[in-house]
Design a protein around this ligand. Structure first.
Ligand code: MG
Ligand code: MG
Length: 255
């Protein structure tokens, strides 16, 4: 399938969907604390998306049972929210997608629970930084591969396992559109980026091996060696100038 090009009006609508995802993250971040369950975070997102008259992108997607993915510690992506209580020292990747007026927004962020180890802090900082470096390459005239190349150039020398089997994607009227956006590879790979293309860019970095396995629930992807993993994702639009982040971070709300 060809990459869909969005009009300025389409992108305004995606900005609205993105804003709802950003508000969800703001509320989730404020709620995260030791003793809170991942199911409670899911409920916050269900309520927030409903408040804005939207639908959760993930609920029912290929049978996914919840509105968020909640991936704790060695879980990389696609963890189920539920009765698990967060503990001090955990890290949790929360992935949220919302559909507003037929358009999707998709963003993941990894949060620390209480005080986390120095290694976990560094993993979070570096994965976030790799997201920004990837996004910075999402410019008209660059090839798609420039995004993953920038992520790999930053992450590989720091010893991280870069998850290869999962990555970013086109997004718009569907959550997952062409093309796949890898987090590694040559800057000369792939199509030339044009104004109006919209992508989810989402590096996943592991402290240890890049190898992964999927749990018996057929969804939850974990690091093969049990090491910590972080996941950061923005939905962005290619413009004539700087990339436009459609799911920007909103200021933290004090508990
Ligand atoms: Mg996502
Ligand atoms: Mg995504």
């Amino acid at each position: 399938m060809a990459i869909t090009i969005k009009s300025d009006r389409d992108i305004e609508k995606m900005k609205t969907a993105g804003h709802v995802v950003s508000v969800c993250h703001q509320r989730v971040e404020a709620a995260i604390a030791p003793g809170v369950t991942t199911g409670e975070l899911d409920a916050i997102v269900v309520d927030t998306i409903k408040e804005f008259g939207g639908l959760a992108s993930f609920l029912g997607y290929n049978g996914f049972p919840s509105s968020i993915c909640a991936s704790v510690n060695e879980e990389i992506v696609h963890g189920f929210p539920g009765p698990r209580k967060l503990q001090t020292g955990d890290i949790i990747a929360v992935d949220i997608g919302a559909i507003i007026d037929g358009w999707h927004g998709d963003s993941a962020w990894t949060y620390g629970v209480g005080e986390i180890s120095l290694a976990a802090q560094q993993l979070l900082r570096d994965t976030e930084e790799s997201l920004y470096l990837g996004v910075a390459q999402a410019r008209a005239g660059n090839r798609l591969g420039a995004i993953g190349h920038a992520i790999e150039q930053f992450a590989a020398p720091r010893g991280y396992g870069i998850v290869k089997g999962y990555g970013g994607h086109g997004i718009g009227r569907r959550m997952h559109e062409d093309p796949h956006v890898p987090n590694f590879g040559s800057a000369n790979y792939g199509p030339v980026l044009r104004k109006g293309m919209t992508f989810a860019i989402e590096p996943m970095l592991n402290i240890g091996t890049e190898r992964t396995r999927t749990l018996s629930d057929d969804w939850t992807v974990v690091t093969a060696d049990g090491s910590l993993s972080a996941h950061f994702e923005f939905t962005i639009a290619i413009t004539d100038d700087e990339p436009l982040v459609l799911t920007p971070r909103l200021a933290s709300v004090v508990h």
